[in-house]
Write a protein that binds this ligand. Structure first.
Ligand SMILES: Nc1nc2c(c(=O)[nH]1)N[C@H]1C(S)=C(S)[C@@H](COP(=O)(O)O)O[C@H]1N2
Ligand SMILES: [Mo]
Length: 511
């Protein structure tokens, strides 16, 4: 065993290649991994914040990733932490910074509803490590494992349409943690070293990606895969920590998925622009219809494998444990691997707990999405907690796509006043719909919250004469209805009216 004290960490964990800043290769060097583990085992780290039992801070950044910064620091990789935050400032200044490092940024409501396509500046970010900074000119993609001919393909060749046919696909990427906050509020669940980000409705976004279908690369460059190949593993240049072990980010998808043309794309362009650094520049995978985790960023290696990736992100995380499986009995083998996204939707406007003054109709807006190539067929909204449903008209939904969300809006007739519970459910092209309550689909790792999204609205119906009168009175006194819990400073009823009413309908029976 080497003494960790005499190690020159700058040398031991140096960057692998010139022009590939922030990329340390771990997967090829087991001894290097062991050395990192020994150093990590000897160090003390800030505990992981236990925010699931207490309200989240209302700061921005919301959570600070002390522990993960320290992991990087003890291995001499602090520059990666610094570069990541600089990149956030440049590329994503306007997101809700849910976790500063590894960076997790959520799209705001206004930005989400901006249109069918989310602009690159506003698309959410989910990172498990730092942001590598790789020069495209020296970049090459390795493809190996169970292929006929392992190859290295320079970026210039990959982008050459005479070598590889290109494709453009409109894709919604959704983090499996979207709407996790609803599950946390219902019951706290598993806590991870890499904080299970308490996402709201904004860990989702849609872009047009341009690249080459992986299927074509395997065929044209490698002469095909070997018969034993059943899964394709993607390795990213960022460093991932798990229980004091280090890895490069690795995930996999079944060959069946890759085989379907254009469903797994190696992409370098996002909405007509080069992929932003924080989205995986120079090259990322885009796996349509799957949880975002499979769309590996900073992709530098594809491995054809007989079994799914042994990387912790594939094997130990993104597992679905049904409600009675938890800390006492969850194992990696008894959770099922979350790949395709279920159908889900969210109400983005109005905000939860809002007071809405209206003329008998309340306008709701939101998104609806389904994975696995199922498209959104129908969106329905209820204003009574889920008994009566109103369907959104086709003309009030954005265009259908196999792999993208639909934004929707609806005016729901609402006569009732006071606190009402609104919820949304979506039906997809396979007639799947959403569980009614959070509890129906709560799971220990708090993934893929697909139950009907619910909000509470305080309804004030101005078409009711008594309501209109009260609103006028409030206005005359310089007060308003929106400040709901603030008591009006004037009397609610003149004495003579009260007495007339009281005498007509006494409060107590006469005999
Ligand atoms: N290399 C690498 N790829 C990655 C990740 C990562 O941390 N490292 N995060 C994954 C997760 S969990 C999600 S949800 C998507 C998010 O993609 P985006 O950040 O481009 O929106 O990237 C995926 N690809
Ligand atoms: Mo994710």
């Amino acid at each position: 065993m080497t003494d960790t004290e005499n190690i020159d960490i700058k040398k031991a964990f140096a960057e692998e290649k010139l022009g590939w800043r922030g990329y340390v290769e771990w997967e090829k060097y087991p001894e290097k991994k062991e050395l990192a583990t020994r150093i990590l085992n000897k160090s003390k780290f800030t505990p992981i914040p236990e925010f699931q039992f207490v309200p989240l801070p209302d700061t921005n950044p919301v959570l600070i990733g002390h522990r993960w910064k320290e992991y990087h620091e003890v291995l001499g990789l602090k520059h990666i932490v610094d570069f990541s935050w600089e990149t956030v400032q440049k590329e994503k200044p306007d997101l809700i910074h849910l976790l500063d490092f590894p960076y997790n940024g959520e799209t705001t409501r206004e930005q989400l509803m901006e249109g069918k396509i989310t602009s690159n500046k506003y698309h959410f970010i989910r990172n498990h490590g730092g942001v590598p900074d790789i020069d495209e000119d020296v970049f090459e993609l390795e493809v190996g494992g169970l292929v006929k001919n392992p190859v290295k393909i320079p970026m210039k060749d990959l982008k050459d349409p005479s070598k590889f046919p290109q494709a453009e696909v409109t894709v919604t990427l959704q983090c499996s943690g979207t709407r996790r906050i609803e599950q946390i509020r219902e019951y706290p669940g598993d806590g991870d070293e890499l904080i299970n980000a308490p996402w709201g409705e904004g860990a989702i976004g849609t872009a047009v990606y341009r690249g080459v279908p992986l299927k074509k690369v395997l065929k044209i460059a490698c002469g095909g895969i070997l018969p034993e190949c059943k899964h394709l593993e993607f390795i990213g240049a960022d460093t991932y920590f798990k229980k004091n072990n280090v890895f490069n980010y690795a995930v996999s998808v079944p060959w069946r998925k890759v085989r379907a043309n254009e469903e797994v794309l190696l992409a370098w362009e996002m909405n007509g622009e080069p992929l932003p650094k924080i989205h995986g520049y120079p090259l990322r995978v885009v796996v349509t219809g799957h949880i975002g985790a499979r769309s590996c960023k900073w992709l530098y290696r594809v491995n054809a494998l007989a079994e799914p990736s042994m990387g912790p992100v594939q094997r130990q995380e993104y597992l679905y444990f049904t409600p009675q499986v938890g800390k006492q009995n969850s194992k990696y083998s008894n959770g099922f691997s979350i790949q395709q996204m279920p159908v889900s939707s969210a109400i983005i406007f109005p905000l939860d707990k809002k007071v809405i003054v209206h003329d008998g109709k309340i306008t709701l807006k939101g998104w609806a999405y389904s994975g696995g190539g199922n498209w959104v067929q129908r969106v329905e909204v209820s204003n009574d907690g889920g008994s009566v449903w109103y369907a959104v008209n086709e003309e009030n939904m954005t265009q259908k796509h196999y792999h993208a969300w639909r934004l929707w809006s609806i005016d729901i007739p609402t006569d009732a006043e006071g606190w009402l519970e609104f919820c949304v459910r979506t039906w997809d092209s396979s007639n799947n719909t959403e569980p009614t309550f959070v509890r129906s689909a709560w799971n220990w790792d708090l993934h893929v919250t697909s139950s009907c999204h619910r909000i509470k609205i305080y309804s004030v119906n101005r078409t009711r004469p008594e309501t209109a009168k009260r609103l006028k009175l409030l206005e005359e006194h310089g007060e308003d209805i929106y400040n709901l819990s603030h008591p009006p400073e004037f009397s609610l009823e003149p004495l003579d009216e009260y007495l007339a009413q009281y005498r007509k309908y006494p409060r107590e029976p006469e005999d």
